[in-house]
Write a protein that binds this ligand. Structure first.
Ligand code: FAD
Ligand code: AMP
Length: 482
C-alpha cells in the first residue's frame, strides 16, 4: 500500500528542506525526497546551495581572501610575514568538511523535526501521487495531500564551450581545482563568474573575464557598478565587456592541456589561450523530468514551473518554489517561498515580499543591493533624493584598512520613504540587511537619521548616507536631488 503523507517535498535544497521542516513544525506528516549522492554514493541534503553553491564558494572566497591579505594586506599595518604559500588540496579539503558538516546538519534537522528524508528521484505522477525511484531502480508510490516541487536549477552550457570538468568546467568544477591555473578564463561577468574569478585571481591566476554584454552588472545601480568595476580591475581581474565567446579548441602547451577560446568583440575576432576555463553563463531550472505531463502542471517556455505569487501551480495542491520558479535564483528567496507555502497550507496568510529581495556579490569588497536603482526611479518618473557616503570617511573602515567603496541610499523626495540601497564596500551584505529591515517597515531616511548607531562601526556609514539623503550628513556624505 502506498505510504500516505500530508506533504511530499521533491528536492532538499534551501527551498525544499526549509519547506519540509516548516511543514513538519506545523504538524504535517512530511517526506522530502532527494536524489543527490556524494562521492561515496551517500545521500546528501542541502541541494546546490550547500553542496556546490553558496557555501563551498564562500569557503573558498574566505580562504583566498585570507591568503591575499597575508600576502599583500598586512605590511602596511606593520605585520611582517614570511613567504606565504597556498596548499590548494588542503583548501579544497577544508571546503569539503564545511559542506559535510552543513549537509549532515540538515539530516539532523530532518530527524529532529520528524521529516522522512527519502533517497531517490521523485516524480509527480498524479494530482496526489509522487513516484519515488530509489537508486537501485525500485519504484514506490507515495500518496500526498499536497506536493511541493523544489527541484532547483543546473548550470547552463553553451555549444562553443562544452564542459569536460577537466579544462572546461562549470561552477561545480571550479570549486575542485587541485592547483592554481596560471591563465584562467571565465565566461560571464555575473555573480558566480565574479566570485569564482576572484577566488583564483587571489591565489595567483591571471584571470580574464569574457562578458558578452557591453554593460558591467546591468542589474546593479550604475554608480555602484562603475565603482565595483574600478575596484575589481585594480585587483587584477581583466574584465572584457562586449566579448562574446563563439568557439573553443582543446590543445596542449608544454605537455599540459589548454583551451583556445575564440570570441568576438568591437575589434573583430579574437583568440585567447587558458589553462582552465570556467563557464558561468547562468543557470536554468531543472524541471525536465519531475512532472508527468498528465498531471497538468504548466511550465513556461524556459522550463520554469508556472506559479502565482503564493507559489501555487496551475493544479490545486501542487506547489513549486525556489530556482524552479520565476524570480531571482537565490537561496534566501527559495527559503522564504518554502516557509510561505508551508504556512499557507496551515491556513496562515504568509506572503513573500518580492520587492525586497537582497542581492549580494561576495567579492571583496562585497556588492549588495535592494530595492530600486537610480535608473529605475528615473525611468518610473519618481522624484527622489540620493544620499551617498564613501567608506574612506568611516573611522572603523579606515582603522581596519578596508575603506574602498561607498553606500548609496535612495529616498522618495515627497515622502522620504527609502526606495533602494546600494553598497560596494566592506561587509556590504550585512550593512544592507539593516536597510532591508528598515524598508520592510517602510522607514524613511529621516527614521534612520534619527536612529543612534554605535561608534565606531561600519554601520555608521548607513546612518550618514541616510542623513545625506536629507542634506545634513555630519561627515562627507553627498546629497543629490533630482
Ligand atoms: P537547489 O539548491 O538546486 O536544490 C534542488 C535539489 O533538488 C537538489 O538537491 C536536487 O538534487 C534535488 N532534485 C531535483 N530534482 C529532483 C527529483 N526529481 N527528485 C529528487 N530530488 C531532486 N544563492 C545565494 O542566495 N547566495 C549565494 O551566495 C549563492 N552562491 C552561489 C554560488 C554558486 C557557485 C552557485 C552555483 C549558486 C549560488 N547561489 C547562491 C544560488 C543558490 O545555490 C540557489 O539559488 C539555491 O540553491 C536554490 O535552491 P533550490 O532549493 O531552489 O534548489
Ligand atoms: P548570470 O546570469 O548573472 O550568472 O551571468 C551570466 C553572464 O554570462 C551574463 O552576463 C551573460 O551576458 C554572459 N554570457 C552568456 N553567454 C555568453 C557568451 N557566449 N560569451 C560571453 N558571455 C556570455
Amino acid at each position: 500500500m502506498a505510504k500516505e503523507y500530508d506533504v511530499v517535498v521533491i528536492g532538499s535544497g534551501p527551498a525544499g528542506y526549509v519547506a519540509a521542516i516548516r511543514c513538519a513544525q506545523l504538524g504535517f506528516k512530511t517526506a522530502c525526497i532527494e536524489k543527490w549522492l556524494d562521492k561515496d554514493d551517500k545521500t546528501v541534503y542541502g541541494g546546490t546551495c550547500l553542496n556546490v553553491g553558496c557555501i563551498p564558494s564562500k569557503a573558498l572566497l574566505d580562504t583566498s581572501h585570507k591568503f591575499a591579505e597575508a600576502q599583500h594586506g598586512l605590511e602596511s599595518q606593520g605585520i611582517k610575514v614570511g613567504k606565504v604559500s597556498i596548499d590548494v588540496p588542503a583548501m579544497i579539503e577544508r571546503k569539503a568538511k564545511v559542506v559535510t558538516q552543513l549537509t549532515g546538519g540538515i539530516k539532523g534537522l530532518f530527524t529532529a523535526n520528524k521529516v522522512d528524508g527519502m533517497a531517490g528521484t521523485g516524480k509527480v505522477t498524479g494530482k496526489n501521487q509522487v513516484t519515488l525511484t530509489t537508486h537501485d531502480g525500485k519504484e514506490e508510490q507515495l500518496q500526498a495531500r499536497n506536493i511541493i516541487i523544489a527541484c532547483g536549477s543546473v548550470p547552463i552550457e553553451i555549444p562553443p564551450t562544452p564542459i569536460d570538468q577537466e579544462t572546461i568546467v562549470d561552477s561545480t568544477g571550479a570549486l575542485e581545482f587541485q592547483e592554481v591555473p596560471k591563465r584562467l578564463g571565465v565566461i560571464g561577468a555575473g555573480v558566480i563568474g565574479l566570485e569564482l574569478g576572484s577566488v583564483w585571481s587571489r591565489l595567483g591566476s591571471e584571470v580574464t573575464v569574457l562578458e558578452a554584454l557591453d554593460d558591467f552588472l546591468p542589474m546593479v545601480d550604475r554608480q555602484i557598478a562603475k565603482e565595483s568595476a574600478k575596484i575589481f580591475s585594480k585587483q587584477g581581474l581583466d574584465i572584457k565587456l562586449g566579448a562574446r565567446v563563439t568557439g573553443s579548441k582543446a590543445g596542449t602547451q608544454a605537455k599540459k592541456p589548454v583551451v583556445k577560446v575564440q570570441y568576438s568583440d568591437a575589434d573583430g575576432e579574437q583568440e585567447a589561450t587558458f589553462d582552465k576555463l570556467i563557464v558561468a553563463v547562468g543557470r536554468k531550472p531543472y524541471t525536465s523530468n519531475v512532472l508527468d505531463s498528465s498531471v497538468g502542471v504548466e511550465l513556461d517556455e524556459r522550463g520554469f514551473i508556472k506559479v502565482n505569487e503564493y507559489c501555487e501551480t496551475s493544479v490545486p495542491g501542487i506547489f513549486a518554489a525556489g530556482d524552479a520558479v520565476r524570480g531571482p535564483m537565490l537561496a534566501h528567496k527559495g527559503m522564504e517561498e518554502g516557509v510561505m507555502v508551508a504556512e499557507r497550507l496551515a491556513g496562515k496568510k504568509t506572503q513573500v515580499n518580492y520587492d525586497l529581495i537582497p542581492s549580494v556579490i561576495y567579492t571583496h569588497p562585497e556588492v549588495a543591493w535592494v530595492g530600486k536603482t537610480e535608473e529605475q526611479l528615473k525611468e518610473a518618473g519618481t522624484d527622489y533624493n540620493v544620499g551617498t557616503f564613501p567608506f574612506v570617511a568611516n573611522g572603523r573602515a579606515l582603522a581596519a584598512n578596508d575603506a574602498e567603496g561607498m553606500i548609496k541610499l535612495l529616498a522618495d523626495a515627497k515622502t522620504d520613504r527609502i526606495l533602494g540601497c546600494h553598497i560596494v564596500g566592506p561587509s556590504a551584505a550585512d550593512l544592507l540587511q539593516q536597510m532591508v529591515i528598515a524598508m520592510e517597515f517602510s522607514a524613511s531616511a529621516e527614521d534612520i537619521g534619527l536612529t543612534m548607531f554605535a561608534h565606531p562601526t561600519l554601520s555608521e556609514g548607513v546612518h550618514e548616507a541616510a542623513l545625506a539623503a536629507n542634506g545634513h550628513a555630519i561627515h562627507i556624505g553627498n546629497r543629490k536631488k533630482r
